[in-house]
Design a binder for this molecule. Structure first.
Ligand SMILES: [Zn+2]
Length: 97
């Protein structure tokens, strides 16, 4: 039994949430705290925050949320757990709207 061919990859590449392919998926560098990808097959872009992994289909929403997450991450050391949780909930609400 041999493992699936995974040569040359330094990290897992998630399939595109829209078309499901991995061949056209390219990582997009935005921030150390946010991982983002774009799909060459269908043009979908999405991002996953390292703080609270969750895929975002909407690129515009992802951009806004990513910026706020970066701000939130910078504030994290001085926020209480309750404050941090409340802000994450607010961000999740923004991502769903
Ligand atoms: Zn795609």
């Amino acid at each position: 039994m041999s493992a699936p061919d995974n040569t040359g990859t330094t990290s897992d590449t998630d399939p595109c949430p829209y078309c499901g392919t991995t061949s056209g998926v390219q990582p997009v560098t935005t921030s150390p705290k946010v991982q983002a990808w774009s799909c060459a097959e269908c043009g979908t872009q999405w991002a996953v925050s390292v703080v609270n992994p969750r895929p975002y289909m909407d690129h515009l929403t992802a951009t806004v949320v990513a910026r706020r997450l970066v701000t939130l991450a910078d504030l994290a050391p001085i926020l209480t757990d309750t404050e941090l949780r409340a802000r994450l909930v607010a961000l999740a609400g923004l991502a769903r709207s």
